[in-house]
Every structure is written in structure tokens, then in C-alpha cells.
Design a protein around this ligand. Structure first.
Ligand SMILES: [Cu+2]
Length: 101
């Protein structure tokens, strides 16, 4: 009779290998969330313009613009972009980001 542990051991190894492999595609980067003051938004259309512009940037995971709060909340991966780049994109579609040029 085959000892039970011999049967179990390979199954455990396969499970461990699968667990290790399954982590490979799920590469997560550190993210940072900032609220950037933006001047010039007057309606939800402005929010949409800024949202789609910022979301198109590489490294941006989320963007929520509020014309009422005059804020654009952005979650990004610092490995790929930074606040200066995001501010530049916002200015490029006609809005002001105080404190940046
Ligand atoms: Cu507008």
C-alpha cells in the first residue's frame, strides 16, 4: 500500500505552484491619491472633460472632478506619472491649476 503522505505531497506542491503562478499577472503598484485645486470648472461638462483627459494619462487609475468643490481627486501610480504631469494635462484642456505652470 502506498503511504498516504506520498499521495498528498505532490498535490500540495501543485497547489503551492498554482498559488505562486496566480500572483504573477496581478502586479499591483503603489498608488497615491491627491486632491488638486482646479479653477475654471463651471459645470458637469467641465468635470467630464477633465476626467477623461486625466484618465487617459498613463499611470492614472481614477479621477473624480468636482466643479462645486473646485477639486480634482486623482489616484495615480507614482512609478508612471506625477502631479506636475497631471496638472499639465488639466491646463492643456483650458483650466487653471493654481500654483503650477
Ligand atoms: Cu463646464
Amino acid at each position: 500500500m502506498i503511504p498516504l503522505r506520498v499521495v498528498i505531497a505532490p498535490a500540495v506542491l501543485v497547489a503551492a505552484a498554482l498559488a505562486a503562478c496566480s500572483k504573477v499577472p496581478v502586479v499591483t503598484y503603489a498608488t497615491r491619491t491627491v486632491e488638486i485645486p482646479v479653477e475654471g470648472m463651471t459645470c458637469t461638462g467641465c468635470e467630464g472633460t477633465i476626467g477623461s483627459t486625466v484618465l487617459a494619462l498613463k499611470g492614472v487609475d481614477a479621477c473624480q472632478a468636482s466643479f462645486e468643490k473646485k477639486l480634482v481627486k486623482v489616484t495615480y501610480e507614482p512609478a508612471f506619472t506625477d502631479e506636475a504631469h497631471i496638472a499639465e494635462a488639466i491646463r492643456s484642456v483650458g483650466y487653471e491649476v493654481p500654483g503650477t505652470k
